[in-house]
Design a protein around this ligand. Structure first.
Ligand SMILES: Nc1ncnc2c1ncn2[C@@H]1O[C@H](COP(=O)(O)OP(=O)(O)OP(=O)(O)O)[C@@H](O)[C@H]1O
Ligand SMILES: [Mg+2]
Length: 413
């Protein structure tokens, strides 16, 4: 029997609240697990940004990364560490780098998901490249934007093909609005997407490894109220469908942590945004759901570290396409995709691991989320985001919502 210490690295940017809670709860758990004949303990450190050689060692077994999508040195360090040092990281940096929204729509359309009609249009304006003029003069064709708008139908949404955080997203009611929005879109490459409207539900389904949490979402509410506090608000079959869709999306793209936005129309769920490299993890937006995220993150990262989970760099899309190409209804295809996704996420082994080694996590977490450490983490995050005169009020609001989670969903509830 060997004594092993697995080190989990947190590659962070502006994150404040969740790492404080993650680190404190991991420390409090003080795990010493018997895994495959070894005695395994866990350390957690924040990853520093510094020069590295291709042959530098990597001191981490698992990295939870929040930087790859914009900070290239960290992205390249992580890719190097996967290739040279067998690091396991979530999320997969190659997949994040290459799967823009547009790509994810195309891939899920191929699998038969109900993706709303989506077009891409060349940009309205360009940065000046040496080859720009000859390329456009020879090959760019004038197109009739109104015709495309009519064929999609209104309302429609214009949004950047690789976007996030609502930047550049416009709801468009008619052809004049479309022309105006396009004229104002500048150099960004845009998707035009049919609005799933009217709709009677909007859900953000958060996925962390094979753990899912559908949250009722109100995009029109102020930031701190967008995630609604409803609990068990979906019938079982609908909840299952959303979780299945999210699991398949995440397994297909090799993402451990992602959220999938879907709108319901006539009883059907339409995914409209599911390429989130760095899903919202802040208590100031997740509030009531924040403890779920911390627990899910701990369970999945501890499982990955303890079992020395290998990074799956191949996505094995041919297995999904073999199902997609069969002449069977979508529901049957989805079952087949779910079986592949469950295998990729090692669901059975994960559940057994949690039952064997982490059965006390719920109790420990419940107590932890009532402590001053959490209150202080909330205070720090609120202080970073809110104006001075709102700090106490909003600290209290988010704290109370976390306490509400303990009351409603704590152990034994
Ligand atoms: N096809 C659609 N039908 C209806 N509403 C849509 C559609 N596409 C986008 N929206 C609305 O626009 C909002 C922003 O779009 P989207 O989520 O695609 O952009 P984003 O920049 O990724 O936003 P975020 O980072 O908040 O997820 C959605 O939350 C939704 O309210
Ligand atoms: Mg979105």
């Amino acid at each position: 029997m060997a004594d092993i210490t697995r080190t989990i690295g947190l590659s962070l940017g502006a994150d404040i609240c969740w790492p404080i809670c993650y680190e404190a709860l991991l420390k409090q758990l003080d795990l010493e697990l018997q895994v495959g004949g070894d005695k395994v303990r866990f350390d957690c450190e924040r990853v520093l940004i510094q020069p590295f050689s291709l042959s530098s060692d990597c001191r981490y077994d698992v990295v939870i990364d929040r930087l790859t999508h914009w900070y290239h040195t960290s992205r390249e360090w992580i890719k190097k560490a996967i290739l040279v040092n067998d690091l396991y990281v979530f999320n997969n940096p190659w997949s994040i780098q290459s799967m823009e929204k547009q790509t994810t729509y195309a891939a899920m359309l191929r699998l038969g998901f109900p993706i709303p009609e989506t077009w891409m249009v060349p940009p309205k304006a360009y940065e000046d490249y040496a080859d720009l003029k000859p390329t456009l003069t020879r090959y760019a064709r004038l197109f009739d934007l109104r015709e495309i708008g009519d064929s999609i139908g209104y309302p429609l949404y214009m949004k950047p093909y690789d976007g996030g955080a609502w930047v550049g997203v416009t709801a468009i009611k008619d052809a004049d609005g479309l022309v105006k929005a396009y004229d104002e879109s500048g150099v960004r490459v845009m998707n035009l997407q049919k609005g799933v409207e009217p709709n009677d539900a909007f859900v953000r389904c958060i996925g962390l490894g094979p753990q899912f949490r559908p949250v009722n979402y109100d995009p029109g509410a102020p930031l701190h109220d967008r995630y609604q506090m409803d609990h068990d608000f979906l019938p079982d079959d609908q909840r299952q469908r959303l979780e299945n869709m999210t699991m398949v999306i995440n397994a297909f793209f090799g993402w451990d942590f992602n959220s999938c936005e879907a709108l319901r129309q006539d009883g059907e769920w339409y995914p409209i945004d599911f390429a989130n490299a760095c899903p919202d993890s802040q208590v100031t937006s997740l509030h009531y759901h924040f403890p779920w995220l911390i627990k899910a993150n701990l369970k999945w990262s501890i499982f990955c570290a303890a079992t020395d989970r290998p990074m799956k760099t191949d996505l094995d899309w041919h297995e999904y396409f073999a199902i997609a190409d069969q002449d069977i209804p979508f529901d049957e295809k989805l079952e087949g995709y779910v079986a592949l996704a469950r295998k990729r996420f090692d669901v059975d082994a994960f559940e057994e691991f949690c039952a064997t080694h982490l059965s006390h996590l719920d109790e420990v977490a419940d107590e932890f989320f009532g402590t001053d450490t959490v209150r202080d983490a909330i205070h720090q995050k609120v202080t970073a985001l809110f104006p001075e005169h709102e700090i106490e009020e909003f600290t209290e609001l988010f704290w109370n919502r976390v306490q509400e989670w303990r009351r409603v969903e704590g152990p034994g509830k």
